[in-house]
Design a protein around this ligand. Structure first.
Ligand code: TYM
Length: 332
């Protein structure tokens, strides 16, 4: 019987510091869930990380640590391809070409650029500005059908689709137009200290975010301190950003609906609820934490895995790049 080709999935993550519960619920959980059904390619996006200043030794460590974390999560290199973005030069090469097909105006409208340039006023570099073009290249080289990301990356996905559509319109069917795959629950996990802001590892208040590798005690302590409201009823509501966020997190890790969660905590205080969320999150992350120690301790194995991934990725990426180069009129 003829085998039906699996749909393709591509996504990347920056190796910038500790990965958070936001990364996990918004993206990584889906990366794992998709690996049985889809042909998945996942990369550590180190080129993206240097749009803000990084300490070289620390960055190197974080790249290893991010690769180890993907393995600890359960991404199986026999099923999914894991590689390091900078090891596949086609990403930078395609990025230059596509930057000539992307308008200054469209890049100026990117929310993340506006936010990051306001935050790092002393280093508003060209890389920060053209970041979405590199991200479009990461995606388009592999012709994926789906790109699992959190809600904050939706705008970047849209510009990738626009660039691809424009290129195809001029040169014929070169790129697949990918769809974003954003989770229904937990697409935007918010800060535990200011639930109107996205949970982010760059938040200076360490109580605002939970790292995937935090200890059980730290996780529970952070949830106990989470900012809520004075109504004391566990239900979704306006002006209840803190509780809405905790319900979203609890729902994402337990699979319970918001209604079931409200029923479960009817007549009980926020203290009980926060403890339950902390315990559920700590339990969900426990196996990842344990497996991580094994993967990070074996650098040789890590290197073998990403080298194999780099090679497979380069093979696919170079095919797309050659096609693009031919289309624009370069001599091969
Ligand atoms: P990055 O490294 O900031 O985050 C990795 C993934 O985690 C998601 N995420 C969240 N989801 C929900 N709530 C949060 N608080 C939260 N914080 C982060 C992000 O949406 C993302 O899916 N530019 C990308 C990396 C990238 C990429 C790509 C992604 C580079 N090339 C190609 C997809 C395809 C980024 O900075 O994600």
């Amino acid at each position: 019987m003829e085998e039906i080709a699996k749909k393709k999935v591509l996504s990347c993550i920056q190796p910038s510091g500790m990965l958070t519960l936001g990364n996990y619920i918004g993206a990584l959980k889906n990366w794992l869930n998709m690996q049985e059904e889809f042909d998945c390619t996942y990369a550590v996006a180190d080129l993206h990380a240097i749009t803000v200043r990084q300490e070289p030794a620390k960055l190197r460590q974080q790249i290893y640590s991010t690769a180890a974390l993907l393995l600890a999560l359960g991404i199986d290199p026999e099923k999914s391809n894991i590689f390091i973005q900078s090891h596949v030069p086609a990403h930078s090469q395609l990025s230059w070409i596509l930057s000539c097909y992307t308008q200054f105006g469209e890049l100026s409208r990117m929310t993340q650029f506006k936010e990051k340039s306001a935050k790092h006023t002393d280093n508003v570099n060209a890389g920060l500005f053209s970041y979405p073009v590199l991200m479009a290249s990461d995606i388009l080289l592999y012709k994926p059908d789906l790109v699992p990301v959190g809600a904050d990356q939706k705008q970047h996905l849209e510009i990738a689709r626009d660039i691809a559509t424009r290129f195809n319109h001029t040169y014929g069917d070169v790129f697949t137009i990918p769809d974003a795959y954003i989770p229904k629950v937990g697409a935007r996990v918010m800060s535990l200290q200011d639930p109107t802001k996205k949970m982010s590892k760059s938040d200076e208040n360490i109580n605002a975010w939970v790292a995937i590798l935090d200890s059980k005690d730290d996780i529970i302590r952070k949830f106990k301190r989470a900012v809520t409201d004075s109504e004391a009823r566990v239900c979704i509501g306006e002006n209840k950003a803190g509780i809405n966020n905790l319900i979203g997190i609890y729902s994402a890790v337990t699979g319970k609906t918001a209604e079931q969660i409200t029923a479960e905590f009817e007549g009980r205080g926020y203290g009980d609820f926060k403890l339950a969320v902390g315990e559920a999150v700590a339990e969900e992350l426990r196996p990842i934490r344990e497996r991580y120690e094994t993967f990070i301790a074996d650098k040789k194995q890590l290197e073998d895995i990403y080298r194999m991934g780099d090679e497979k990725a380069a093979y696919i990426a170079n095919k797309t790049l050659s096609k693009v180069m031919k289309k624009v009129g370069f001599v091969l």
